[in-house]
Design a protein around this ligand. Structure first.
Ligand SMILES: [Ca+2]
Ligand SMILES: [Ca+2]
Length: 232
């Protein structure tokens, strides 16, 4: 059931309910890419906590002391900014590049990223689309790609790797990252349409092969997706 849900989700990442979800992105003064949340104090968080209310989507079996997440989004003249507080009890991390991102299973091509602890950020800006995957710890950027409005495939060489800072704390770590407006060759005031998706996958099967994972159908994730607006 989870896998079916997941496949539908992957094939159609923006469901009707999610599309209606307003996503207001406040401006950030004095943004510093330092892995610290000093400039984020007034920005409301999206969060998932076990057995507590959440304001994002969640699927799968996320247990007590398992994945706990809160994240914030903001913008500046420099770019779109993201701050994550990422906590997880079992690390299931695997280095995956763009060239190994797909895996065949029962005649179906699946995205390998969804079977490990990973964060996906998708930003669609006036028809241009950037996808950036992060794993929790060292070498956090896994792969990233850019697609032009004419849809000419994924090009990882078009843009530099997203800059990020990772700061460990007692229960996990903070990940701060950004997508520069320069990637889209736009200034923020020129942006007409912005669609954002954030998916955090939690896998707790570090000793299981990818084949067994595909058969086991145990994938959990939290996500938020919707039309976003840059608030002045
Ligand atoms: Ca900061
Ligand atoms: Ca995990």
């Amino acid at each position: 059931m989870i896998l079916i849900h997941l496949i539908l989700f992957f094939l159609s990442p923006i469901s009707a309910a999610q599309t209606q979800d307003r996503w207001e992105i406040p401006p950030l003064e004095e943004f510093a890419l330092d892995g610290q949340d000093t400039e984020w104090s007034d920005v409301p968080a999206y969060y998932y906590r076990f057995n507590q209310s959440t304001n994002i989507q969640a699927a799968g079996a996320i247990g007590e002391n398992d994945l706990q997440i809160s994240f914030k989004t903001g913008w500046s003249e420099k770019g779109l900014h993201f701050f994550f507080d990422w906590q997880d009890d079992i690390s299931d991390e695997h280095r995956i590049g763009l060239d190994s991102a797909r895996v065949e299973h029962n005649g179906r091509s699946m995205d390998r990223m969804y079977f490990y602890d990973n964060l996906k950020i998708v930003a669609s800006v006036d028809g241009q689309r950037v996808v950036a995957w992060f794993a929790p710890r060292e070498d956090a950027v896994q792969w990233y790609s850019y697609r032009a409005p004419d849809g000419q495939g994924q090009q990882s060489g078009h843009m530099p790797a997203p800059a990020y800072r990772l700061t460990p704390h007692e229960d996990g770590f903070y990940l701060e990252t950004q997508l520069d407006w320069e990637i889209f060759k736009l200034k923020p005031e020129e942006v007409k349409a912005l669609q954002l998706t954030i998916i955090l996958v939690d896998s707790d099967l570090p000793d299981m092969s990818i084949t067994d994972k595909l058969n086991a159908r145990q994938v959990s994730y939290v996500s938020k997706s919707g039309e976003a607006e840059l608030i002045k």
